[in-house]
Design a protein around this ligand. Structure first.
Ligand SMILES: [Fe+2]
Length: 182
């Protein structure tokens, strides 16, 4: 599936623009991560776009988050290479999986929020966010407290954290207009 088709499918199940933006941001970081790790960039991008497709359906019931998404994706014809990571990214239910794609998805899910929060404090400017900003805010646990530093740090099994900050910032800067930033 192409990323545009994945976004159309996402829009069939998600109304909130902020959630769509979160999914796009996560997908952009997934695509860049796949490029850095020699993985399938198109596939990882689609996984990123679709990872929270059940978020509005489960409506705060986190026991169902991931499971409902996987059911929906399997019904839409996706294989386990997409449905599996979407299901397992609910690490509170499934624990941490250490495969590259699972690690990259939970890391991207969390660092996307952190980078966006950095842009907010810079007046909505993603262009003004650097890897150094992210490094500093990683240590400030009260800042964007919902973004799990532990999940982000697990990417260290596959790449240097500093490289990951840079890759994540660049990935979001590439789609800044889509995300409503400058
Ligand atoms: Fe997410």
């Amino acid at each position: 599936m192409e990323s545009d088709d994945a976004i159309l499918l996402l829009r069939e199940h998600v109304a909130k623009e902020s959630l769509i933006a979160h999914c796009r941001a996560t997908a952009a970081i997934m695509r860049a991560s796949a490029g850095a790790l020699g993985e399938d960039a198109d596939l990882w991008e689609v996984i990123g776009i679709l990872h929270d497709i059940d978020y509005e359906e489960v409506n705060e019931d986190m026991e169902r988050h991931g499971d409902a998404g996987a059911v929906l994706l399997r019904a839409a014809g996706f294989g386990e290479e997409v449905a599996g990571p979407v299901q397992r990214h609910n690490y509170r239910k499934y624990g941490d999986s250490d495969t590259p794609v699972d690690t990259a998805l939970t890391a991207a899910d969390n660092i996307s929020g952190l980078v966006i929060a950095c842009a907010m404090v810079k007046g909505g400017s993603l262009s003004d966010v650097t890897a150094k900003t992210v490094k500093k805010k990683m240590k400030d646990r009260a800042f964007a407290a919902g973004c799990s530093r532990e999940r982000i740090q697990k990417i260290e099994a596959y790449m240097e954290l500093s490289a990951y900050y840079a890759l994540s910032v660049a990935a979001l800067q590439d789609i800044k207009e889509d995300l409503g930033f400058t």
